[in-house]
Design a protein around this ligand. Sequence first.
Ligand code: GDP
Length: 298
Amino acid sequence: MFDTLSDRLTAALQTLSRKGRLSDADIDATAREIRIALLEADVALPVVKEFIARIKDRAKGAEVSQALNPAQQVIKIVNEELVGILGGETRRLNLAKNPPSVIMLAGLQGAGKTTLAGKLAMWLKKQGHAPMLVACDLQRPNAVTQLQVVGERAGVVTFAPEPGNGVGDPVDVARRAIEEAKHAQHDIVVVDTAGRLGVDEELMKQAADIRDAVQPDEILFVVDAMIGQDAVTTAQAFRDGVGFTGVVLTKLDGDARGGAALSVREVTGQPILFASNGEKLEDFDTFHPDRMASRILG
Ligand code: GDP
């Protein structure tokens, strides 16, 4: 996904390595190149501005180093700042002291929530947990069946309203699911919620009602990295409407520019916990800011 960005940044930094000493003008020129590369990759403007200002500041103020030549020093600064906008440290999942822990998924329709529920369940199972999926997306006719299918593939139980009982109330389903989890000794409950094509108030209220009913330990905002700048506006809408404690980036295997997804952490202040990079249940892992930064810097 970040190939073009990666090429552009590498090229911008390589120009420096041909120089012995760096003048302020050299640093300004490189900062300009980096700025263009980030903007073309769709990184949000306020994030780019802040990033460039920090790079210039640090690069110009850098002490002469015995170990690193000036170009290496700038590369190190860019790397550290990139790790910073991606969240710094790897953030682990927050789990409850008294199980079951509740993880609620929120996001637009098509973001990859249902697929993620299966991925997360399988990943949790591998870590020795006994997760249960809960179908609270009762809007889309196929959503419950789709969750049951991914649940089966992941080898976990899916709690869903009985067929034939009408549309059902997602808040009631969520509540009953928690009781069932306690009873059947599932230590983690993953709640899938309804998504709409666009942000809408009814969706936000429903998600907020489910949140209030089940008091999640984590609310994960699931965002498709391919949707460009909309990733940032959608994230802000979910932050204000439901609130979330972490972000999951999906479709990182796509060929869109993806920079907007890189802005979500900085814009919302919430960490990226996981990344999805394919349709298979295995295409999923913990998000490591340092590894992602190294990948982007080539
Ligand atoms: P939901 O509406 O948020 O529940 O989204 P779904 O889980 O139904 O996913 C929507 C589509 O995106 C499906 O076709 C998934 O197979 C696909 N999808 C989900 N995650 C990924 C991913 O990481 N990479 C790719 N390429 N496709 C994905």
